[in-house]
Design a protein around this ligand. Structure first.
Ligand SMILES: Cc1ncc(COP(=O)(O)O)c(C=O)c1O
Length: 435
């Protein structure tokens, strides 16, 4: 019996069944490699779901955290504030692309950042309604689930959800939903369901993460900005997954040159330490009353030290440029694989920067989802030593999120394993028509 399987039995006996996990029990990790408790090596194309953009145990991040741990690990910012928090706020204020003076607040998880952005937008506008988009993912808290536009596995059995949340269509060129269709859906929502003057905010991901790496077209974000201006609606960019250099720019919204009012960040912000932020226009951010925002652990000193180091690494290692190159190499390889005969189960390769995914279908004409093939490829890759993640509302998309610091030879090795896994996963689909 392996150590992993033993730990799995203990997990089944001790951990709630709703906490879904993969089968790799981690022992150690460095940059883009991870070793399990049985000594098996994996190349990590998941990066803890886009968290370790700066790699596992980045030395700059580790030494900043170690130094902070020598001084203090927690005071609660509301009780005894510390400089690291203020410094990080200054830096995020300078980076967030709102086009004006900003303010920042820190919390701990992506869902908490989303919740706080909604609180702030409601305080600023005096309105309740929020419009999110189909296929969106905004977290697992009650409000996060309500905003999420993907039922399985996030919303099933957990309702009722908070009121005054509406969903409009998100463009999806692969499935024939154009920007015009999506905007027409939003206009229908405003004429049939809710008065736009009751809407406090739009919340939108520049690239839908869990939803399947659907990139928001530039003209869609431009339209949203224009509609938000027309009705006095706050535009929230949820950059929890796409932010922090992942797409080749610091924030995904920058590709469209559209300025949001508020930006939510988490994941890649603190290189593996729990931290999230809301940064946005000072006038909006300052509308919540003193004491209305924060939390016991919000802006933990160790996480803040990590985040300041992450920003240093993004700058010194030119990680925006590197993300673009990582994405280019992955996309080139995937397109080459998809163009080969026998690879018709790859319906589309898409993404932005180092946020690349491919959609698995039964055939390119029907575009019917093939989640079984997706599962087989993920399992084949795991067997061969590569960690992959799935996503997509139809549960048929594989997303690639390696650390942006991945060594080039390890990226190529990972892509070789990916290619072999796709070949194995797709060829057994030809053998079994039931797939
Ligand atoms: C766009 C987006 N928003 C919010 C969240 C929620 O973040 P967390 O899991 O840290 O609460 C996620 C997590 O995947 C996300 O991708």
């Amino acid at each position: 019996m392996t150590v992993s399987s033993l730990l799995h039995s203990r997990q089944r006996a001790a951990v709630a069944g709703g906490v879904g996990t993969r089968t790799i029990f981690a022992q150690q990790a460095l940059n883009a490699e991870l070793w399990d408790v049985d000594g098996k090596r994996f190349i990590d194309f998941a990066a803890g779901i886009a968290v370790n953009n700066t790699g596992h145990r980045n030395p700059v991040v580790m030494s900043a955290v170690a130094e902070q741990a020598e001084r203090f690990t927690h005071t609660c910012f509301h009780v005894a504030p510390y400089e690291g928090y203020v410094k990080l706020a200054e830096r995020l204020n300078a980076l967030a692309p709102t086009g004006t003076e900003n303010r920042t607040m820190l919390v701990t998880t992506g869902a908490e950042a989303v919740e706080n952005a909604v609180k702030i937008a409601r305080a600023y506008t005096g309105r309740a309604g929020i419009v999110a988009f189909s296929g969106a993912f905004h977290g697992r808290t009650m409000l996060g689930m309500a905003l999420t536009g993907k039922v399985m596995p996030y919303k099933k059995n957990f309702g009722p959800f908070p009121a005054d949340i509406y969903h409009a269509p998100f463009p999806n060129s692969y499935l024939g939903i154009s920007t015009e269709d999506a905007i027409a859906g939003l206009e229908r929502l405003f004429s049939a369901d809710v008065d736009p003057e009751r809407i406090a905010a739009f919340i939108v991901e520049p690239v839908q993460g869990e939803g399947g790496f659907n990139v928001a077209p530039k003209e869609f974000l431009v339209c949203l900005r224009e509609i938000a201006n027309r009705h006095g609606i706050v535009l929230i960019a949820d950059e929890v997954q796409a932010g922090m250099a992942r797409t080749g720019k610091m924030f995904g919204f920058e590709h469209a040159a559209v300025m949001p009012d508020l930006v939510t960040m988490a994941k890649g912000l603190a290189g593996g330490f729990p931290l999230s932020a809301v940064t946005g226009k000072a006038e909006i951010m300052n509308s919540a009353h003193p004491g209305g925002l924060g939390g016991t652990y919000a802006g933990n000193p160790l996480s803040v030290a990590a985040a300041n180091a992450v920003l240093d690494v993004i700058e010194s290692d030119k990680l925006c440029d590197r993300a673009a190159e990582v994405g280019r190499r992955i996309t080139e390889r995937l397109n080459a694989i998809a163009s080969r005969q026998g690879m018709e189960n790859i319906g589309e390769v898409r993404g932005l920067g180092a946020m690349v995914a491919f959609e698995l279908v039964k055939d390119r004409q029907s575009k019917a989802a093939a989640p079984q093939i997706m599962n087989r490829i993920v399992a084949e890759a795991e067997e061969r030593g590569l960690i992959l993640l799935s996503c997509g509302t139809r549960l048929n998309v594989i997303r690639l999120l390696p650390p942006l610091t991945i060594e080039w030879e390890i990226l190529e090795e990972g892509l070789d394993i990916l290619e072999a896994s796709i070949e194995a996963g797709c060829s057994s689909s030809t053998a079994s028509p039931a797939a």
